[in-house]
Design a protein around this ligand. Structure first.
Ligand SMILES: CC(C)(COP(=O)(O)OP(=O)(O)OC[C@H]1O[C@@H](n2cnc3c(N)ncnc32)[C@H](O)[C@@H]1OP(=O)(O)O)[C@@H](O)C(=O)NCCC(=O)NCCS
Length: 141
């Protein structure tokens, strides 16, 4: 029997998902994480971001979108009690299928360098570690 229902992440889910993110280690919170910014992201990428529910409560979430050229996955989180059952892998598979259906050929994921669990997870998802890149950020006025 399936332990969870996977559904599109809707703007109305924001506060419940933020509760999950706040309780999750390894996720940096940045200026792109306001309800307005997340709502804009969801509007621009309809159906690609997902939540998983058990008994109506959100136990996992993933942000996924693209800019027409590259896909991006952000802020994947699974509640501790539901880990190591393949839920994150299923969310990622669905996101990748959604991006591929929109003609996207590569997806990038940003991981905090010291998040060893996430590094092992993404390696298990066939993610290629890019030792040839570093990330620069510019905060806008
Ligand atoms: C990383 C995370 C999303 C994994 O979720 P999950 O549902 O437990 O992952 P899955 O069960 O789908 O794992 C699939 C495979 O990834 C690898 N993996 C997952 N978690 C791992 C961990 N903590 N350590 C090592 N490998 C791990 C394993 O190979 C696993 O397969 P296995 O269980 O058969 O060994 C979850 O631990 C989490 O929410 N962590 C905190 C937030 C975070 O770091 N998010 C990633 C930011 S980019």
């Amino acid at each position: 029997m399936t332990e969870w229902n996977i559904q599109p992440f809707l703007a109305d889910d924001f506060h419940e998902v933020m509760g999950l993110w706040s309780a999750t280690e390894g996720l940096g919170v940045g200026p792109g994480d306001s309800p307005e910014a997340i709502g804009r992201f969801l509007d621009r990428n309809p159906g690609l971001s997902l939540v998983a529910r058990t008994d109506g409560a959100i136990i996992a979430a993933i942000l996924c979108g693209h800019d027409g050229r590259r896909g991006f996955i952000y802020r994947l989180a699974v509640a501790r009690a539901h880990r190591r059952r393949g839920l994150a892998a299923e969310l990622v598979r669905r996101c990748i299928a959604g991006l591929a259906a929109e003609g996207i050929a590569r997806c990038q994921v940003f991981v905090e360098a010291d998040n060893q669990a996430a590094r092992e997870f993404w390696a298990a998802m066939n993610g290629a570690l890019r030792n040839d890149l570093v990330v620069f950020s510019i905060d806008l006025p």
